[in-house]
Ligand binder design. Structure first.
Ligand code: ATP
Ligand code: MG
Length: 738
């Protein structure tokens, strides 16, 4: 009956079978922590120590929860139902529904989305006469969220905890915001945990009830719990003296990657103190990866200081295995092409697509790969995220472009008319629609008419007036044209002047920087096209390419989203300074942020079972400019004996390293692809001859004299002396001599 135990090594077995008392499994990647947790769950049920509803199991993602439910079901031989199994938030939402009245809510409370939260907070701030220009509401939201993550209800925020934000009124705003939520019978995301912790703290009867219910508590990815999650676990697990404290947490300090969201790896260190007599089990055999992959990951993470220290050795007998492949490529296009070709090749060799993953540092990086996979007809899915062109900020920005390009596009107009907020409420919208219908004109034209008639008043008038003026200026600039892709600058200006970019800059939520990066990436993509129309057409074709049916698809996701997962083949692109480690971590300075990036790199490599392919591009486009990039320091930290180098730019890499830095640490820019064709690089665009190197002084028939700053294919970026920066066709340009 207990044959599930036979597939465990002795240490794993110990962790599964020691059911009584607190237990911490502290072990490296791929050592079977999740397997131990799942098997322990099944073992508890099969040895009749508890009913399924008496086990509380916490996973980090919904996907992990689903997998655990399936695995427990498989071991039990029947579907596992009625389980308290899920993410912290899912479990807390369920608990809160049962006891909502204790915090002044009814059990049917609504969970607000971020838009609604912000609207409500703005109202509260207005009542306090806090200047939203000086103290942007998203910033205040951030402060409140941080308090909530730390378990601080308004009355627990001491003056010492208060922030300067809001001119000393932040605490009061927080209190009033909570009161408004209560009036509306609503909770925001942070409240789900905050309220239930408050209830458990103040209601011994409720706490006692859960102590009786939960005989066993299981927690995966324990290293990434934040304070409030930790408080919740401790409340549920610390029972009266003499009662069993059957909590089992598994984690790996080297995989703590959420400190930016308030996670505290110290929670691992506190475990023994909080649960005296806790047993600690270490697992040392890695069953996931080949020896070279493990050795590479171990070599990398050894550069972090202050680790708890663990041993990790290959648990499988194959000491063989491919080395890590490090591809140096010319630019991000070539990177996407190289990855695409390898995927095709592996697929031809009968490797399933679902066993391949592309793991990126930041969401914006998926675009190049998505487009490449679509071009190649390779099905893919974006896990834990949305396909690039379906992301909200990208759809918004596209709507701005569409309405500028095609003033009759009512759908686009409706999408952006009040994004950012311009005071266009239901009444104003109604008016626009009526005018449009009556005169059979598009909404944008109706807006112009109402503005001209003076029928719109106050803030709406001002807001829409500005919007229409921006659009008109953009259209004019496009019509005037000029050499090269003027549309790139026009779109950038439109997004700036309309206040759209600003909206995200002011947003202090954790997602905002990623959204801004996505917008930059969109502008970069735009520069690949001659005209705005051409780009819009391209995107509509890409979008039409719906998620293909069938399950065999390549996985695309961020490194953060890949935690706990595994694949035969893992692609790790963009290993360049400023991308990975991220620019933000470098700007922060010091070791803390950098070490977290390194842990992320460790998570990335250890997702691979059989092969890991890392890549770095020598050039990246920043807006419409090219900038050369330096290979990630993490590449150098991987012991060389486990790495094989390949690619067009692997030579260039050595040259780059030995070249003296100019421009504040940047290396000299190169305007053209070098003429190097490796075996794996299909002859795509032929690299052009007679390139004009960066720095060359040139003459253009229309724009006069200027200096080359970058370029691609038959286009050159030129800083003109009179006309400023332009991207022009190189056939119009000739060297001017010094
Ligand atoms: P991570 O730190 O990445 O979350 P983990 O420690 O949770 O990793 P698991 O995902 O549980 O590790 O296991 C890694 C792989 O090793 C899985 O494919 C699992 O099925 C396999 N595995 C675990 N233990 C054994 C074992 N005793 N024998 C064979 N395979 C095992
Ligand atoms: Mg795991």
């Amino acid at each position: 009956m207990n044959d599930h135990l036979e597939r465990l090594n002795p240490e794993q077995r110990e962790a599964v079978e020691s059911l009584d008392g607190p237990l911490l499994v502290l072990a490296g990647a791929g050592t079977g922590k999740t397997r131990v947790l799942t098997t322990r769950f099944a073992h508890i049920l099969m040895s009749n120590r508890a009913f399924p509803s008496q086990v509380l199991a916490v996973t980090f993602t919904n996907k992990a929860a689903r997998e655990m439910r399936e695995r427990v079901g498989a071991i039990l031989g029947r579907p596992a139902e009625g389980l308290w199994l899920g993410t912290f938030h899912a479990l807390c939402a369920r608990m809160l529904r049962r006891h909502a009245e204790y915090v002044g809510l009814s059990s049917s409370f609504t969970i607000l989305d971020t838009d609604d939260q912000l609207r409500l907070l703005k109202q509260v701030m207005e009542l306090h006469r806090i200047d939203p220009k000086r103290w942007p509401p998203p910033g205040m939201m951030g402060a409140i969220q941080r308090w909530k993550d730390r378990g601080l209800t308004p009355d627990r925020v001491t003056p010492a905890e208060d922030t300067d934000f809001g001119g000393g009124k932040a605490r009061q705003v927080y209190a009033d915001y909570q009161a408004r939520l209560r009036d509306l019978n609503a909770a925001d995301f942070g409240d789900l945990m905050l309220h239930i912790v408050e209830i458990l703290r103040t209601r011994p009867d409720v706490l006692a009830q859960y102590h009786r219910t939960f005989r066993f508590i299981l927690v995966d990815e324990y290293q990434d719990t934040n304070t409030i999650q930790y408080l919740w676990l401790r409340l549920l697990a610390q029972k009266a003296p003499g009662e069993p404290q059957n909590i089992c947490c598994v984690g790996d300090d080297d995989q703590s990657i959420y400190s930016w969201r308030g996670a505290e790896v110290e929670n691992i260190l506190r475990f023994e103190k909080d649960f005296p007599g806790a047993r600690i089990v270490r697992l040392e055999s890695n069953y996931r990866s080949t020896a070279p992959i493990l050795a590479a990951a171990a070599g990398l993470i050894a550069h972090n200081e202050g680790r708890l220290g663990k041993t990790l050795r290959p648990g499988r007998n194959d000491a063989s295995g491919e080395k890590l492949l490090v591809l140096g490529v010319w630019d991000s296009d070539e990177e996407a092409r190289a990855v695409g070709e390898r995927i095709e090749q592996l697929h031809r060799e009968r490797h399933p697509l679902s066993e391949m993953a592309i793991l990126v540092r930041a969401g914006f990086q998926t675009r190049a790969f998505e487009e490449r996979l679509i071009t190649l007809g390779i099905p893919y899915r974006v896990i834990g995220g949305v396909r690039f062109y379906e992301r909200a900020e990208i759809r918004d920005a596209m709507a701005y472009m569409r309405i500028m390009h095609q003033p009759a596009d009512d759908l686009a107009f409706e999408r952006i008319v009040n994004t950012p907020r311009r005071g266009v409420g239901d009444a104003a919208m109604q008016m626009l629609h009526t005018t449009a219908r009556t005169h059979r004109i598009p909404l944008a034209a109706a807006t112009l008419q109402l503005l001209a008639e003076g029928s719109l008043k106050g803030r709406v008038r001002e807001g829409l007036g500005q919007l229409m003026a921006c659009l008109a200026r953009g259209r004019e600039a496009l019509a005037r044209g000029g050499e090269g892709p003027i549309h790139v600058a026009v779109v950038e200006t439109l997004l700036d002047e309309s206040g759209y970019t600003e909206m995200w800059k002011k947003d202090k939520s954790a997602e905002a920087p990623g959204r801004l990066d996505n917008l930059k990436e969109l502008v970069r993509a735009l520069a690949d096209f001659e005209t705005l129309g051409g780009f819009l057409e391209h995107v509509s074709l890409v979008m039409e390419n719906e998620e293909q049916a069938g399950t065999d698809r390549v996985n695309l996701m961020t490194l953060h989203g890949a935690k706990g997962l595994e694949f035969d083949t893992v692609f790790l692109p963009g290993w360049e300074e400023g991308v990975f480690p991220s620019q933000r971590s470098l700007d922060e300075g010091g070791n803390k942020a950098l070490e977290e990036e390194r842990r992320l790199a460790y998570v990335g490599i250890t997702r691979a079972r059989k092969r890991a392919i890392l890549s770095h591009a020598a050039n990246r486009r920043i807006y419409a400019n090219w900038q050369s990039s330096i290979p990630s320091r993490f590449l150098d930290e991987i012991p060389a004996e486990h790495v094989e180098q390949a690619g067009t730019a692997s030579l260039a890499r050595e040259q780059l390293r030995s070249a003296p830095p100019v421009f504040g640490g940047q290396f000299p820019l190169m305007a053209k692809r070098p003429r190097v064709v490796e075996a794996w690089e299909q002859p795509g665009r032929p690299p052009r001859e007679n390139a004009l190197p960066v720095g060359t002084r040139v003459f253009h028939q229309k724009f006069g004299y200027g200096t080359v700053t970058g370029g691609e294919d038959n286009k050159l970026d030129v800083e003109f002396e009179k006309a400023g920066f332009k991207r022009v066709l190189d056939s119009y340009v000739e060297p001017a001599g010094a």
